[in-house]
Each structure stands twice: as structure tokens, then as C-alpha cells.
Design a protein around this ligand. Structure first.
Ligand code: NAG
Ligand code: NAG
Ligand code: NAG
Ligand code: NAG
Ligand code: NAG
Ligand code: NAG
Ligand code: NAG
Ligand code: NAG
Length: 626
């Protein structure tokens, strides 16, 4: 292997290989910086996706762990999902204060990143992607709070958990993914019952009908969850969307007693759209006689419809899988969301007027400008009237939400600049009269995205800048038009990176670059006697170089840092990580919270309600730099 300096001195080959037209790309690492460390004998390494640590169970809560599945995913491409029987634990009956799904994986050898999903009876619980292994082996654990799926978890005595992980094993790519999945159930101890809902004061609020309040159940897990997913499950329950006109849907009859509905969408882009935010328009591909299929420019939006009416949309967070752009950036800290892909909630309550007639209705999902392929499905969360078999409901205002999109493209052979500006605004309202009251739900959404893809140095230097911003406000009004509930979400996804490619000899090339991206999320929940604001800023920056041949990384160096910052009315949590060449050099956690007294502190765990108005006590945990 010639050293990098030598490669850089080579005259540029004025040929644009297919590899360059397809960068950024996914690669498998055939070179582990760690393995060539000073002592030359690296051990198996644990990979991480730093997020907010899930709270432990409340003290004295009954706790049951149910091992559900243990499976080695070898050459599973095209095979049906792995399956296991599931039943809720008799020792820890519902309702649960918390349920956690634990997905642990280990792999050694060479392998690409792979996508995986976990479904229970066709409803998705987790969308994840794998870390890329080293010869010494890697392992990681994803812990996801799945309490919101309680309706699914408690119903089946003969449930079936399915896991799809499409892997390809041959002489070259040897990594087999060993996966174990378990569910941890935490019951509700007596001293917490009544305090474990996010709106503890609702029950003691003025019960007179003159001042109606939102029922407590509004903020609790749904009573029923119906899958909007593929019925022919031999290929997984996800819909495989191939193009922008490929809308996939399912006909579903919902109970006539439904008073609230939320559609939660799971989505991951693959093959020609894995790096959709960097795709040039087709014009550029045609003008330069390129063979790449990765076109259709750099805007994508996932759209949800109800009986062919637009009902909501979002620009998906651009998750980078661990083999993407430069896989050395993601060792051992995975890219944001790669181990637990974000899901997107669409409030469908205003549409209940169309849906509660006891007939089947069509729930559809499509991808604006999408090309092959998108793996998409959804869970329909429904809240049911506890004391009436039917509600009355009607759709009110429906403002036709048009997408306004402007594109500015300039090309000069392999140089080019492609900018896109997209905006969509929508407003829906509808009332539902149940035994809980007659509530009108208004949903206002604003979405704006800007994207810039620039190719300079005859396509050797690619610069990508994207930013998507979305704001959704859900207001619930009483019959007297008083606002009795508010849910506001603002999200922002900035992404920018560049990749500078120089061709070397023997089909090798050197790619230098840097990247920064962030997931910013602010939520505000307000209802009678309850209020919370939460803010998350999760950012990563990375920089480095790699030598690639075909799809293998054979040398390189990279540094990554991550800042995870979460705060709400009671908690502040920060974690900063620095990693260089596969080693974590610093990992600092700081945490502070307000508590009233020691007894309260025990019951007062993140995500759980507690009285936090009194004097602040601070605790700082410092995991010293290594
Ligand atoms: C990787 O690149 C570095 C820096 O150019 C060089 O010193 C080293 O020998 C290379 N390693 C291999 C395995 O080629
Ligand atoms: C995966 O499981 C197989 C069979 O139990 C075992 O031989 C192998 O060592 C495991 N691989 C890893 C990386 O743990
Ligand atoms: C879109 O994909 C669907 C499903 O694969 C296919 O039937 C249809 O012909 C495609 N449409 C276009 C315009 O390519
Ligand atoms: C693309 O192919 C056409 C037809 O072979 C040719 O006329 C044109 O010069 C080519 N363009 C480039 C940029 O190579
Ligand atoms: C493309 O841009 C580079 C500078 O980034 C310039 O040297 C080159 O001449 C340009 N190519 C064309 C065809 O204009
Ligand atoms: C490639 O683009 C980046 C970002 O615009 C810039 O910093 C870098 O200098 C460029 N490299 C070359 C060789 O033009
Ligand atoms: C429910 O409230 C809405 C808005 O205040 C009103 O238009 C509707 O007639 C009410 N429905 C019933 C059944 O009273
Ligand atoms: C962690 O804290 C130490 C000591 O305060 C500091 O030197 C180091 O830079 C910090 N590392 C990170 C990743 O924040």
C-alpha cells in the first residue's frame, strides 16, 4: 500500500469513474485503525449511540424481563423474517409504568451496515441499522422505551414477534449478526399509582362541566394500535416504495368509539435514495452521460393520506448509516439515529369525522420525488371512549396544503450547483363528541426545507447543505372555544458536509472531507394543571480521510465529536464524546435536576411526573476523560 503522500502526488486521472459519480456511498471497512494500534491486538469493541439514558424502574416496582428472540442473521437476504412467540409476563401484568425493548447485537468479520426492524403482530416496534464489524468484533445494545405500545404488548396471548435483518454472507463479507431481543416490564407500585400520569392534577381539577378538561387518558398510551403495513410478510411487513407515484396503503376499519387518532410513521431510505440529500437532478446525469441511478435531485417528503386526502407530511431526518459517507466517522460512535431511527407522529384526530362510520378507510403513504427504495410502514394509535360505543365527529376546516417548491440548477459539464427551496403549510380542524366532552382539534403545520448540492473541480468536490424545519401545533378546544390542551413540536435538521475525491492508481481513490449534522427538537405540552417544555440538541461533527478501493476502505483516519443536550422543566442532561481513529478519548456526562426532598426524588424519575417546584438540588456526575 503506497502511503497517502504518494497517492496525493499522482497526477489526477481525468476520468470520472462510476465510483465518483456515486459518491457519497456506503463502504465496508477492511482496515481498522484500532487493529494497527501500538500493541497491535485490539479487543472487541462496544459501539454507542449517545442519547438520554432511560430511567430505571421506580423503586419497589415489580420487574420482569422476557427474553423473546435470539437469532444469528447470516445469509438472510430474501428470506422471511425470524419469528418468536411472545406473551406478556404473568408476574408483571399491565398497566406498566415502563416497558423497554432491548436489542443487542454482536458481529465479527467484514460486513456492510444492514437495516433491521422488529414487529409485533405486524406493528413496528423498532427500526434500526447495524454497526459495521471489525475482525475482532463489535457489539452494541439499543434500548428503546416502548411503553406507548402497551396496547400491543398486553393483548396477544399468542403474539408473534418478527425481526427482519437482510444480510449477505459470502467469502468476502463474512460478518454474521447475532441478535438477542428482550422486553423489560416494570409494573406500577401502589405508592405511584395516580402520580404516574403526566397530568396528575387533572383528577383533582374542578370537575364542573362549565370548565371541561382533557381526560388524563389523552396523554397515556393508546387503547388500540392497528398496523398500516404490508400484509404479505414473507418479505417483512414494510412497504417497499419504488418511486414518487408508488403510494402504498391499507384499508382499515377503526372502532366507532375512537376519540383521538395519531399515525406514527417509520421510514428508512435505501439503495438509490440512501443519500437522497446529495442526489443531483437527472439533467446533470444525462448531460454527462453518467450511468448512476441516483438522481431526482435532493428533496424528499413523506406524505400521509386518508381516503386520498392529504393528511400530513414531514421531511425525514437524514439518518446516515454506519457505512455511509466515511464509515471511519462512525467508529465507535454511530451517526445520529442510526441505532434507533426517529419516527414521526401525524395527528389525525380532525379526520375522525370521515373515519368513525364503521366502514373501511384507506391510509396511504408516499414519498415526494422518492426513488427506489424506501422502507415505510406505520402504527395507527387510537384512543377509545371508555363508556360509549360510538362518538359523533365531523371534519371542519381543511385548507388544501400545496407544496411550493422552487429549483435553481446551473451546470457546466461535471460542475454544477443545484438549489431547492420547498415550503408547505396546512391547517385542519374537526370536532369529536364523546362521553368525555365535545372537543375540537386544530392542527397547524408549517414545513420549510432548503437544499444545496454543489459539484466543483469537475465533480471531484461535492458540497452538500440541507436544512429542514418543521413546526406543528395541535390545539384542543372545548365547545366554548377555550383552549384546554396544546401540543407544540418544532424540529430542525441541519446537515452539511463536503467530500473531496482524488483518484490514485489501481482503482484507489483518496477521499477527504468533513461533516456536521444535528437533530434539534423542542416540544411543549400544556393542559389544565400540567405543563412541560423539553428541548433536545444532538449534534455531531466529524472530519477525516480514507483510501477506498471499490467499496472497501483500506486506510484512513477520522475524528468525531458529539454533543447531546437535553433539558426540560426539571432535568438537564449533557453528554460530550470525542473519538479519534476508533477510540473514545473523552466521554463527559453532566446531569442536574430539581427535587423537593429525598423521598420525592426516588419517585421523581425522568419521563415520570413529580413535584419539582421547590429548591434545586444539583448532582453532577463526571465520567472522567480516558
Ligand atoms: C495508511 O496511511 C498512513 C498515512 O499516509 C501511512 O503511514 C500508513 O502506512 C498507511 N497504512 C496502510 C496499511 O497502508
Ligand atoms: C454468533 O453466534 C455464533 C453461534 O452461537 C457463535 O459461534 C459466534 O461466535 C457468535 N459471534 C459473535 C461475534 O459473537
Ligand atoms: C412506480 O413503481 C411501481 C411499483 O414498483 C410501478 O408499478 C410503476 O410502474 C412505477 N412507476 C413509474 C412511473 O416508474
Ligand atoms: C454524451 O454522449 C453523446 C452521444 O454519444 C455525445 O454526443 C456527448 O458528447 C456526450 N457528452 C459528454 C459530456 O461526454
Ligand atoms: C469546473 O470547475 C473547476 C474549478 O472548481 C474548473 O477548474 C474547471 O475548469 C471547471 N470545469 C468546467 C468544464 O467548466
Ligand atoms: C472542496 O470544497 C470544500 C467546501 O466547499 C472546500 O473547503 C475545499 O477547499 C474544496 N477542495 C478543493 C480541492 O477545491
Ligand atoms: C361540537 O362542537 C362544535 C364546535 O363547537 C359544534 O360545531 C358541533 O355542533 C358540536 N357537536 C355536537 C354534536 O354538539
Ligand atoms: C471532558 O472533561 C475534561 C476535563 O474537564 C476535558 O479535558 C475534556 O476535553 C472533556 N471532553 C469532552 C469530550 O468534552
Amino acid at each position: 500500500m503506497p502511503p497517502l503522500a504518494f497517492l496525493l502526488l499522482l497526477p489526477l486521472l481525468h476520468l470520472l469513474g462510476p465510483a465518483l459519480a456515486e459518491s457519497p456511498d456506503r463502504y465496508a471497512v477492511r482496515y481498522a485503525p484500532l487493529a494497527t494500534g501500538a500493541n497491535g491486538n485490539a479487543a472487541a469493541q462496544e459501539y454507542v449511540d449517545p442519547t438520554y439514558p432511560l430511567p430505571g424502574p421506580p423503586p419497589a416496582a415489580p420487574t420482569c424481563t422476557v427474553p423473546v428472540l435470539s437469532y444469528s442473521f447470516a445469509n438472510t437476504y430474501g428470506a422471511p423474517p425470524a419469528k418468536a412467540a411472545y406473551a406478556p409476563p404473568p408476574g408483571c401484568p399491565a398497566p406498566w409504568s415502563q416497558v423497554v425493548l432491548s436489542f443487542s447485537a454482536a458481529c465479527a468479520g467484514d460486513q456492510y451496515d444492514r437495516v433491521a426492524a422488529v414487529w409485533l403482530d405486524g406493528s413496528e416496534l423498532l427500526r434500526t441499522t447495524t454497526a459495521e464489524p471489525t475482525p475482532e468484533g463489535v457489539s452494541w445494545t439499543v434500548r428503546k422505551e416502548v411503553t406507548r405500545y402497551s396496547a400491543l404488548l398486553r393483548s396477544p396471548p399468542d403474539g408473534v414477534l418478527s425481526v427482519m435483518l437482510e444480510n449477505l454472507v459470502n467469502d468476502q463479507y463474512t460478518g454474521v449478526y447475532n441478535v438477542t431481543i428482550s422486553l423489560e416490564f416494570h409494573g406500577t407500585p401502589a405508592y405511584l399509582s395516580g402520580v404516574n400520569s403526566p397530568s396528575p392534577d387533572v383528577g383533582v381539577a374542578d370537575p364542573s362541566p362549565a370548565t371541561p378538561t382533557l381526560p388524563e387518558s389523552y396523554f397515556q398510551p393508546a387503547d388500540l394500535i392497528l398496523p398500516i403495513s404490508e400484509a404479505t410478510r414473507d418479505n417483512g411487513y414494510w412497504f417497499r416504495i419504488q418511486n414518487s407515484s408508488d403510494s402504498r396503503s391499507k384499508l382499515v376499519t377503526i372502532p366507532s368509539s375512537t376519540y383521538r387518532a395519531v399515525l406514527e410513521v417509520f421510514v428508512s431510505p435505501h439503495s438509490n435514495d440512501e443519500f437522497w440529500y446529495s442526489n443531483p437532478p437527472d439533467l446533470y446525469i444525462q448531460e454527462n452521460n453518467l450511468t448512476t441511478q441516483r438522481g431526482n435531485a435532493a428533496y424528499r417528503e413523506v406524505v400521509v393520506s386518508v381516503d386520498h386526502h392529504f393528511a400530513g407530511s414531514f421531511v425525514p431526518f437524514p439518518v446516515i448509516y454506519t457505512g455511509g459517507i466515511n464509515p471511519l466517522y462512525w467508529q465507535p460512535v454511530s451517526a445520529l439515529g442510526a441505532f434507533d431511527l426517529p419516527t414521526y407522529d401525524i395527528e389525525l384526530t380532525p379526520f375522525l369525522g370521515l373515519l368513525v362510520d364503521g366502514k373501511a378507510h384507506e391510509f396511504g403513504i408516499s414519498v415526494v420525488d422518492g426513488i427506489a427504495e424506501w422502507l415505510v410502514d406505520a402504527n395507527l394509535h387510537l384512543w377509545l371512549d371508555p363508556s360509549a360505543s360510538a362518538v359523533q365527529a365531523s371534519l371542519g376546516r381543511y385548507r388544501t396544503p400545496r407544496l411550493s417548491i422552487s429549483r435553481r440548477y446551473t451546470t457546466q459539464l461535471l460542475n454544477g450547483s443545484f438549489s431547492i427551496h420547498a415550503k408547505r403549510k396546512s391547517f385542519f380542524s374537526g370536532w369529536v363528541k364523546s362521553s368525555l366532552g365535545n372537543f375540537t382539534t386544530e392542527v397547524e403545520t408549517e414545513l420549510e426545507a432548503r437544499s444545496l448540492v454543489e459539484f466543483t473541480s469537475d465533480g471531484r468536490n461535492k458540497t452538500i447543505q440541507m436544512k429542514a424545519e418543521q413546526e406543528t401545533e395541535v390545539l384542543v378546544r372545548s365547545e366554548a372555544r377555550k383552549v384546554i390542551g396544546k401540543l407544540k413540536t418544532e424540529s430542525e435538521y441541519p446537515l452539511s458536509f463536503y467530500m473531496d475525491t482524488e483518484d490514485g492508481e489501481d482503482g484507489m481513490s483518496v477521499v477527504k472531507g468533513s461533516l456536521s449534522h444535528a437533530l434539534k427538537l423542542e416540544t411543549e405540552v400544556k393542559s389544565d394543571g400540567f405543563e412541560n417544555e423539553a428541548k433536545l440538541v444532538d449534534e455531531q461533527t466529524a472530519e477525516g480521510w480514507m483510501v477506498v478501493k471499490d467499496h472497501d476502505v483500506i486506510n484512513g483516519s477520522a475524528a468525531t465529536s458529539q454533543m447531546y443536550r437535553y433539558s426540560d422543566d426539571r432535568w438537564r442532561y449533557q453528554r460530550m464524546i470525542n473519538a479519534v481513529d476508533g477510540l473514545v478519548l473523552g466521554d463527559n456526562v453532566s446531569e442536574s435536576y430539581r427535587v423537593q426532598d429525598a423521598a420525592k426524588a426516588k419517585a421523581c424519575l425522568p419521563g415520570r411526573s413529580c413535584d419539582g417546584t421547590a429548591s434545586a438540588a444539583e448532582r453532577w456526575v463526571d465520567i472522567a476523560a480516558m
